[in-house]
Design a protein around this ligand. Structure first.
Ligand code: PGA
Length: 256
């Protein structure tokens, strides 16, 4: 059984005091929702403050990026061991990093390797651009991204994949549940081909791209979709809680 996961990617939003206010507004509500793993990904500078507030609750934390070296003269970068003291997850290969910061497959691969080595669970983002989608290249693009991101990695301990069609991110134009379910089954088949059946069956694969309280149910009703990576809607406490509640109602594992 795959435990559903909803992650909030706050991107470059919230000062430390705003992040503290936002997490305070959602911590208790999130803590009450069972059967779903809940992960908040604030900016680096707020991780410690947010960690203090969620301590002892079921809410987990993730970072939005990392550098692949452990330490040294890399001014401005944040290493995996630094993050491992603060959070459990880390988003890697988000399309905004690939597009605005020139992260290619090799960089993403190095980051995934470094995160796993530090005991962090990567949320590896993949997804096709609009022109690739329109040219019928979705499967080819995501397969290529998977092969390069996971090259040489034997153990995927805890790695989560987020399928995020680039044209759906921040545009209000989400994919349909059916479309994303189909692409996610291709992703799962790739894991089966590159690894083994058990790893493919157990791997959590999320959908991301304009998920809101209004469309969350459509995505969560899909059998292949194990949760969501939520951007804009994760900055609104009530809406994020609503998305997590819908996920729990549809996919939440029975409480024991
Ligand atoms: P969005 O972002 O929900 O604002 O489309 C999703 C993401 O980029 O992870």
């Amino acid at each position: 059984m795959r435990v559903p996961l909803i992650a909030g990617n706050w991107k470059m939003n919230t000062t430390v005091s705003e992040a503290v206010a936002l997490v305070r507004a959602m911590r208790d509500g999130l803590g009450e929702i069972g059967g779903v793993e809940k992960v908040l990904c604030p900016p680096f500078v707020s991780l410690a403050a947010v960690a203090e507030i969620v301590k002892g609750s079921s809410v987990k934390l993730g970072a939005q990026n990392l550098f692949y070296e452990e330490r040294g003269a890399y001014t401005g970068e944040i290493s995996p061991p630094m993050l491992a003291e603060l959070c459990e997850f880390v988003i890697i290969g988000h399309s905004e990093r690939r597009n605005y910061f020139n992260e290619n497959g090799e960089i993403v691969n190095n980051k995934v390797i470094a995160a796993l080595k530090a005991g962090l669970k990567p949320i590896l983002c993949i997804g096709e651009k609009l022109e690739e989608n329109e040219a019928g290249k979705t499967e080819e693009v995501i397969t290529g991204q998977m092969e390069s991101s996971l090259a040489g990695i034997a153990e995927l301990d805890g790695l989560v994949i987020a399928y995020e069609p680039v044209w759906a991110i921040g545009t209000g134009r989400a994919a349909t549940g059916k479309q994303s379910n189909e692409t996610i089954s291709v992703i799962r088949r790739n894991i089966f081909r590159l690894y083994e059946a058990k790893i493919a069956q157990d791997m959590r694969i999320l959908y991301g791209g304009s998920v809101t309280a209004a469309n969350a149910t459509e995505f969560m009703q899909q059998p292949e979709i194990d949760g969501a990576l939520v951007g804009g809607a994760s900055l609104k406490a009530d809406e994020f809680l609503d998305i997590v509640k819908q996920t729990s109602a549809i996919k939440g594992l029975p409480r024991t």
